[in-house]
Design a protein around this ligand. Sequence first.
Ligand code: FAD
Length: 471
Amino acid sequence: MPILTKVSGALREAGVEFCTDAKSLFSASLDHARYSFLPDIVAYANGPDDVSQVLKIANRFGTPVSVRGSGTGCAGGCVPTTGGIVLDLHRINFIEIDPLSRIAHVGAGAITADVDKAAWAHGLFYAPDPSSHKYSSIGGNIACNAGGLRALKYGCTRENLAALSVCLPNGETVKCGLPLRKFSAGPNLRDLFVGSEGTLGVVTEAWLRLLPLPKARRAAISFFNGDDEGFKGVEKILLSEITPCVLEFMDSETLECVRRRNPQLQIAPGKSALLAEFDGTESEAEEGARRFVEILSDYGARMAKSEKEAEEFWQVRRKSSQAMYELGDSKVNQDIVLPFREVCGFFKFFKGLGRELNLATPVFGHAGDGNYHIHFMYYAAEKNARERALAGMEKAIFKTIELGGAVSGEHGIGFLKSKYMPAQHSDCELSLMKEIKKLFDPKNILNPGKIYSVSDISGLQPLRGVKLPWD
Ligand SMILES: Cc1cc2nc3c(=O)[nH]c(=O)nc-3n(C[C@H](O)[C@H](O)[C@H](O)COP(=O)(O)OP(=O)(O)OC[C@H]3O[C@@H](n4cnc5c(N)ncnc54)[C@H](O)[C@@H]3O)c2cc1C
């Protein structure tokens, strides 16, 4: 009997729901990066027991399992590159708020924004806010250590996580940490799973830290002549006493696209921009924004005088990602992190690469974290354009690492960036990671081909014309 017939028979016997129809297989075949690999089976976990059953069965038959939250990942982490089972967690989505402990106990499939909203009713909030928060799952956030716009003040997912329940590849469940304010009872295994992208175990439940909901927010914006002046503005804010919760930079190429597509925003040509938001009590938020305007007064910084104006400032950032399709119908992009002192130097190099390769290079990102989304834009029909973009990105990544930066700040490695792991880490670091993987997953069934083994993607093409819910 073929192995997959045995696997589906065992899943049926264990009472795990699964699908093998073409539509379900295709939906589970890709993430936001749009490289599609069809699985053989999509299994839907209704609770932790189903996760355990799927992993026990996969272990018995040596079947690969790709763990899937919402599929908003940008590195191909949940994509079943070796076929087998996609284990879909979206149904484990309960949310319980404990206001006394300021903890949210949630299922791995709970949607990030829903957790935040559920906390509001108790005067609390969940701080990590990836731009995908209306779609991404908490399990996916933990697996990638997702950041977001507010990471500058509140940290990424790791800093807001109290404890985890994880199902190991052999089907056994372990609790990592406890939902307490403090925990010093031995090494906290929780931290091993944060950022491990579903290669060591499947997160089934999480206990997340909540914070008192700020009473007020104030937005401010500054426009600069070109990029260098903008980076100077960022430095001035970072060297000051203020801590915005949001500090987002849009370079002049990005802003030109936003300007062209959105004349109603009345952006002057040739500018870069820095958007900031301050939160806290009324007076804290007001004072933060006032100081931002004062520090950047040479550049005409402005504080929003109304909610409507604040929304207009935010539109400049929100429109950035889509607007850059003014410069091409396709992109190769990364979410690098740079040491603050190297930002100007790196971008001189990056823009030079763009000129050399005759490709547009718009950049925007979380300036307060040194985490920039860098892009090479191209037209797919243009001969060799994609190859040029890939070659340029490789040079940009090696430069980032040479300068002491990181290939990813929040999207993770998946299979799309695994080729950079040997440049990012020493042999010793890499072999430790591989040993840990072997210890947890000796049969290499969980997300095989991700992070630790180098993938060559040069011959692969992302699908075009596929619309995803968050597009
Ligand atoms: C428009 C857009 C904006 C984005 N903005 C941001 C941003 O601001 N900040 C940011 O950090 N990211 C951002 N992302 C990337 C993405 O949303 C995050 O990486 C998110 O954390 C992925 O969550 P997911 O549920 O979609 O995970 P998936 O894409 O389903 O999976 C991602 C990885 O997590 C693993 N995984 C998923 N669930 C589990 C689980 N329960 N247990 C173990 N492993 C699991 C998968 O195997 C895979 O390796 C953005 C994406 C899009 C499309």
